[in-house]
Design a protein around this ligand. Structure first.
Ligand code: G3I
Length: 444
């Protein structure tokens, strides 16, 4: 890991470093999230809370499965500089030293954010606020200089909705748009080896908010403002599912010449449907060469910030969930899960059965892996304005956009090892000849 960091600093790029990390892990069985991701040249991380590190199941799961950590709250402004110039690093240091002792990378989260901001910051006038912001960045990045692989320099600076405007905050309101650029320039000077990221939510698909971030990153690259990475938080639930254009959105940012990272992934739900969405996210990252890693926002549902939605890979008893199996399978791993994960696996393949002027019948074949399975699920993503008019041999539910259907068995959930079943659907083309995309198959 140390060598990884030195190389990263020397090359100011990630290609050589990730290749090295991957090579270093080829001798290990890919039976954990971290080792399977390393086999793909990626890290697999989690948010960590310092006050849970003493819980043995928590620490054992963290240490076994993950190769990167993000302090969930401990590096935020209210935790690190509660009074002006009064810096406290104890809780964050605890996480950093836990990670370093086990060869894990650390993501820094976050330097400049409107939330969890102590009240003294918002009382400052512009010149003083500018000095306080730059001092905060410099003090934190100097304290952990050379120890943080990526920093979320600025977090959530854009408004939700269609305006594409910056969010109101003490920084925005008093310093104007230029505060983001200034924060990145200060950060580069403080720790030139760290990857500098802009991080946000509701920017996971192509929309007005992600368009605004895209325009900012494009402008930064054109003018030489130091930015290396964009973080996509990826907090999903039924009202905000994985967008159909998730991969395309990651790719368009990568094409600007920055790395992309999935920084706070969690998906509310359960069972095979949740598993299929997780598989889709992991596959999207793997399909984008500059998607350098994935961080889930917590180890266990027990301590998730939205625990009631059971959005993580391990349940409250630290048993691996179907979502864990789907992630591991998508990463090319096998088994694992500390006893909670089974050998259940399946594949889903698409073919077009019949085609006519303004429609077609699609067919998806589901095949069980080396063990018998009792359930399966996958997704089919259509390109608008295509519409599904009928589905057979399966039960389908649609996301809010109407483009993604999650498919579960109707009568054909149980399959012997290696056995297949299929389901079909009719699509009205509505002028589009696009072929549907089938997501990961998750088995139970
Ligand atoms: O530690 C105190 C505890 O002593 C006190 O009794 C309790 C009473 O409310 O609060 C505890 O602190 C809470 C802290 O989480 C630790 O659990 C704070 O109130 C609570 O506000 C804080 O929430 C965090 C949230 O950010 C704050 O905005 C979540 O843990 C954290 O997961 C969440 O993370 C954010 C990312 O930083 C940015 N993206 C969105 C993401 C989810 O909201």
């Amino acid at each position: 890991m140390y060598l990884t960091r030195v190389l990263r600093a020397a090359t100011a790029g990630l290609v050589a470093a990730t290749a090295l990390a991957a090579a270093a892990h080829t001798a290990e069985a890919a039976d954990t999230l971290g080792s399977a991701a390393a086999g793909q040249g990626r890290y697999f991380g989690t948010a960590v809370a310092a006050n849970h590190l003493g819980e043995s199941d928590y620490a054992a799961t963290l240490d076994r499965e993950f190769t990167s950590v993000t302090p969930e709250n401990e590096m935020k402004w209210d935790a690190t500089e509660p009074t002006r110039g009064g810096f406290t690093f104890t809780s964050a240091d605890q996480i950093v030293s836990h990670a370093q002792g086990r060869g894990m990378d650390v993501r820094g989260h976050t330097l400049v954010w409107h939330s969890q901001l102590p009240s003294w910051v918002s009382t400052l006038a512009a010149a003083d606020l500018r000095a306080a912001m730059n001092d905060h960045i410099t003090q934190l990045m100097t304290h952990w200089k050379g120890e943080i692989h990526s920093w979320d320099v600025v977090n959530e600076a854009f408004q939700d909705g269609s305006s594409g405007a910056r969010r109101s905050s003490p920084f925005q309101d008093k310093l104007g748009d230029g505060f983001i650029e200034e924060a990145f320039r200060t950060a580069r000077a403080a720790d030139p080896a760290a990857e500098l990221c802009y991080n946000d939510y509701n920017t996971d698909g192509v929309n007005a908010k992600s368009d605004a971030v895209y325009a900012m990153v494009k402008d930064f690259k054109a003018r030489g403002v130091p930015i290396d990475c964009v973080g996509f938080q990826s907090h999903f639930n039924s009202a905000s599912p994985v967008p159909a254009d998730y991969q395309a959105n990651l790719q368009r940012f990568a094409d600007l010449g920055v790395d992309v990272q999935i920084t706070e992934l969690d998906i509310e739900g359960s069972g095979t449907a949740q598993a299929a969405s997780y598989g889709t996210v992991v596959k999207a990252c793997l399909a984008v060469s500059r998607c350098t890693g994935i961080t889930v926002w917590g180890v266990t549902d027990k301590y998730s910030w939205r625990s009631g939605g059971t959005p993580l890979l391990f349940d409250a008893d630290y048993a691996a969930k179907p979502a864990y199996d789907a992630v591991l399978a998508a990463l090319g791993g096998t088994g694992g899960g500390g006893g909670g994960g089974g050998g259940a696996a399946c594949t889903a393949t698409y073919s077009t059965d019949a085609q006519w002027n303004d429609g077609y019948n699609g067919k998806v074949t589901i095949t069980a892996g080396d063990s018998a399975i009792s359930g399966w699920t996958t997704t089919v993503t259509l390109t608008a304005p295509q519409q599904v008019t009928a589905v057979w041999n399966a039960t389908a539910t649609w996301d809010g956009s109407g483009n993604v259907m999650t498919v579960e068995p109707s009568w054909n959930g149980s399959l012997a090892a290696g056995a297949s079943t299929s389901f079909g659907f009719t699509v009205a083309k509505n002028g589009s000849g696009a072929v549907p995309a089938v997501g990961t198959c998750a088995a139970s």
